[in-house]
Design a protein around this ligand. Structure first.
Ligand code: FES
Length: 257
């Protein structure tokens, strides 16, 4: 029988480095206990790696069990159901993975969590904290009143479905390709967003002023959009989708090459 249990701590992402650092500390604490053969983290949305990438990592380590522990608050029952279906589908496509997968109950359901929070708050309440003094300075930066001039506005979805389909890799490729072309915010103003609605078409990026929904974005697809659309002014028809009353399909992996 194969030895070892792998653990994936599953969080909700953000676009700063803080979520990664906090998850890193949780992972380090679990690793320090030495009870598991592999401990890693993944993000449902916003951050990287996404859950499928973490599943691949665990599959490569020849473990007998995999425990997925969602460590985010608040609990989202619909999201939990979808995550289970995502893992089941992944297992269907990876029969050689060789481990049995379990998902723990949501963190927010654990009575110990309420006790731990109460304990922490009591500890902080007794600690010498620095009070926040009244201050009339606005919490907002003046720059947040500015709509910067830009040629294109690109909304890149980092919602759960797009993230699990590769939006993290697409985001990285977009940043690199724009940098290589010396294109800043004035050329392409990029905003990473939550779910944009047609998840089955993801990874998705909506580009204005044309209102094009670029679907099924691989790194290669992003390279083409930067080269042909943002730099060349020509829509990449292969990935382009438009609002309609018909369901649509994203390009297949083969077509994206
Ligand atoms: S998660 Fe991207 S459209 Fe829903």
């Amino acid at each position: 029988m194969k030895p070892g249990t792998a653990v994936i701590l599953l969080g909700r992402g953000g676009y700063s480095s803080a979520p990664g650092e906090q998850m890193g500390r949780l992972v380090a604490a679990l690793r320090a206990g030495g009870a598991y053969g592999l401990v890693t983290s993944a993000f449902v949305d916003g951050g990287s790696p996404a859950l499928p990438a973490a599943l691949e990592l665990c599959a490569a380590q020849d473990m007998a069990r995999l425990l997925i522990a969602p460590v985010y608050l608040p609990t989202d029952r619909n999201l939990d159901k979808w995550l289970k279906r995502l893992v089941q589908r992944w297992l269907q496509h990876n029969p050689a993975a060789g481990f049995t997968v379990y998902m723990t109950p949501p963190l927010g359901d654990a009575p110990e969590l309420a006790a731990a929070v109460a304990d922490l708050v009591a500890r902080y309440a007794a600690a010498p904290l620095t009070p926040l003094a009244a201050n009339q300075a606005s919490p907002n930066s003046p720059e947040w009143s500015l709509i910067p001039p830009h040629s294109y506005h690109a909304l890149l979805c980092r919602g759960p479905r797009c993230n699990s389909a590769g939006a993290g890799e697409a985001a990285k490729a977009l940043k690199q390709c724009l940098k290589a072309k010396n294109m800043g915010d004035d050329a392409v103003l990029v905003a990473q967003t939550g779910c944009l609605f047609p998840c089955n078409l993801g990874p998705l990026m909506v580009v204005y002023p044309e209102g094009i929904w670029y679907s099924g974005l691989s790194e290669k697809g992003i390279e083409r959009i930067v080269e042909e659309h943002f730099a060349g002014g020509k829509v990449v028809a292969h990935h382009a989708r438009y609002p309609s009353r018909q369901t649509q399909q994203r390009p297949t992996a083969l077509e994206q090459v």
